[in-house]
Ligand binder design. Sequence first.
Ligand code: FES
Length: 131
Amino acid sequence: MDNDTKSFSGVGNRDADATDPALYYRAHIFCCTNRRPAGHPRGCCAERGSEELRDYMKEQAKKLGLKDVRVNAAGCLDRCELGPCVVIYPEGVWYSVHSKADVDEVLNVHVKQGGRVQRLMLQPDQRPPKG
Ligand code: FES
């Protein structure tokens, strides 16, 4: 094995007929609650209220009876300037969530109804506005 393939050694061993196990959670929601020191050039989601929004999302998911959904606090997701950042798997859809109303909309439209909240969605190539 050469150095180029070494880091991917596990991928090549996957049986072509192998199937992934069923999902453990229908939706797994990660909310960045990373906090950096004040004045950090990238800022952080916590200084924009992500901890309160994550707590609210967890409460609301419970109130909506979303038993097959998990809301977790996450460390930095590396899109700090666009936060507070939330990513929902297995879809891998990202949102920038700034208020309790945004949380309600993401839970109701995306998680409960299977839709998408276009106005809050982050695109893969989206970069922070130049300041
Ligand atoms: S601090 Fe939230 S994405 Fe980095």
